[in-house]
Ligand binder design. Sequence first.
Ligand code: PMV
Length: 326
Amino acid sequence: MNQVSASAPGKLLLFGDHAVVYGHPCIVTAVDQRITATVRKNGTDVFFLDAPDMGLTAYSKTLADLGKKELPKSVAFIEMLYKRFLEKYPQQEGIVVTTKSQFSSQFGFGSSSAVSVAFAKALTSLYGIEMTNHQLFDLCYQAVIDVQGVGSGFDIAAAIWGGTIYYVSPAKVVDQLGSTGESPLPLAVGYTGIKADTPTLVRMVQAQYQTEPEKIGGIFEQIHQLVDEAKSAIESQDWQRVGELMTANQKLLQTLKVSGVKLDELIRTSVQHGAFGAKLSGAGGGDCMVAIATDRRSEVEEAITTAGGQVMHVKLHAEGVRLENA
Ligand code: PMV
């Protein structure tokens, strides 16, 4: 095969943010805003990347230089992943990679994880290498750790397995919640307009944990219990309870000082306008908030807009990574 394309979905973290980095579970849903990576061999010893949606065009590097020198953020995951791939499966031949995104990398939907997974899937199938989901996870997760040094890999798991999953890092537990098909989860999603800096926030929580291990460890324990309860509440479609648990999770995240003024405002207004509960999604500081709202969902979405947020209409529980031209 000369050329292979694969696509992977973005994600929204519903419960367990931050605690998941310390071995506790989280619940994440895949969102049907996909990134596609197309890979072909080029017969030279150069790696080419064209990722216009990530602000990068005509990037190139010789195979010998992969992973060396400062890497532009948008290319770092793909380049490190390719380097790791070549260590495992040595090839002399370079490749051309092009990516195409259905969403902006600003929203916090997990563009780096989705693009890494789509690329890994396309690359391995280009070389006829069969990988299980767990092997694909290991390859991608290694690149995340190489680049960021921290991270639970929940976003990689969502991009690979899709659906809505109860996850323990690093892919020790990946339990699907609910059947395939569209999620019944009545979720309103608001984007703050602020780009979150995930590694910085993760390191900030890490510093707190080192200074006050008992207090912060206790908060992680409380989050763990709440995630377990949320799992059952989602499975029994008890939306009122799911909402209450979101609000409880948000309070604990506020104690960890990872929320932000805009997030708090969108969360507050959602609850005032009929949401059962709401919280930030991901590292905090910015990106998106999520709210559970059934009958009054449009009222909640209007309130989010009035407060200066951008309502994101996304399909949840999306399909995981898939080949596009197999
Ligand atoms: O900011 P996001 O959407 O990439 O989410 C980060 C979630 C954390 O739990 C804070 C970090 C992680 O790797 O799990």
